[in-house]
Design a binder for this molecule. Structure first.
Ligand code: MN
Length: 226
């Protein structure tokens, strides 16, 4: 089905995001050409935890590049008619690694930027209870998150997910994400060096700790969980 640019953009981040704080990155029936959603705040909005220079490069070069390459790869294929999320799931099932890598990185970064919107805000209610049950307390979650990030060899992502009734951490290499395992994503932290090296050099866990404590909108995380 043909959709207009306006509608695609609205489905990705605009009107839908305004109507609800629940994040649905890349969801909707928008098919190719896939479009990178606008950054939901100014490039310097995450400083000093993530500098404006890192955001400019990460959003403007890396994230943008995944969409450019994805559109080249899916042109004329069955994937061109799917939503971005469905391309991730289907290309993973099909073993189409080149398409999966670009689609998953597009989706991952849509999620990544959106989770900082309106932050910081502390976990509350049911989410806070599940974090306590799984990790003892918020500090325990942050510590385990940082350790999981350090344990990823090379490039990858660490995700907080819903695993049944529990919140749990999942680590993935490269472009991996919980969609491939049918799990709901709550928080996604990019541990590729481009995400932190300009600001933290080799201190990956320090970056993760600062971002989790100072930038994530945990109230929006709770809404995603519900
Ligand atoms: Mn990245």
């Amino acid at each position: 089905m043909k959709t207009t640019v306006t509608r695609r953009t609205a489905l990705a981040f605009g009107a839908a995001a305004a109507a609800s704080t629940i994040m649905r990155p890349g969801i909707g029936r928008a098919a190719a050409p896939f479009e990178q959603p606008p950054l939901p705040y100014a490039e310097d909005a995450l400083a000093p935890d993530i500098s404006a220079r890192t955001v400019a490069l990460h959003y403007g070069k890396h994230h943008k590049g995944y969409f450019t390459k994805l559109n080249e790869l899916v042109a004329g294929t069955k994937y061109a008619d799917l939503s971005l999320e469905d391309v991730v799931v289907q290309s993973h099932k099909d073993g189409e690694l080149a398409i999966f890598n670009q689609a998953a990185q597009g989706w991952n970064h849509n999620f990544y930027w959106e989770q900082f919107k309106g932050g910081p805000a502390k976990p509350e209610g049911d989410l806070a209870a599940r974090i306590e049950s799984g990790f003892g307390h918020m500090g325990g979650l942050v510590e385990e998150f940082g350790a999981a990030a350090d344990a990823v060899f090379g490039t990858g992502w660490v995700w907080l997910v819903m695993d049944g009734e529990k919140v749990a951490l999942r680590s993935y290499q490269d472009a991996g994400n919980p969609l491939q395992d049918g799990l709901k994503s709550l928080v996604g932290i990019d541990v590729w060096e481009h995400a932190y090296y300009l600001d933290y050099e080799n201190l990956r866990a320090k970056h993760v700790t600062r971002v989790l404590n100072n930038r994530v909108n945990w109230v929006a995380v709770a809404e995603r969980m519900a």
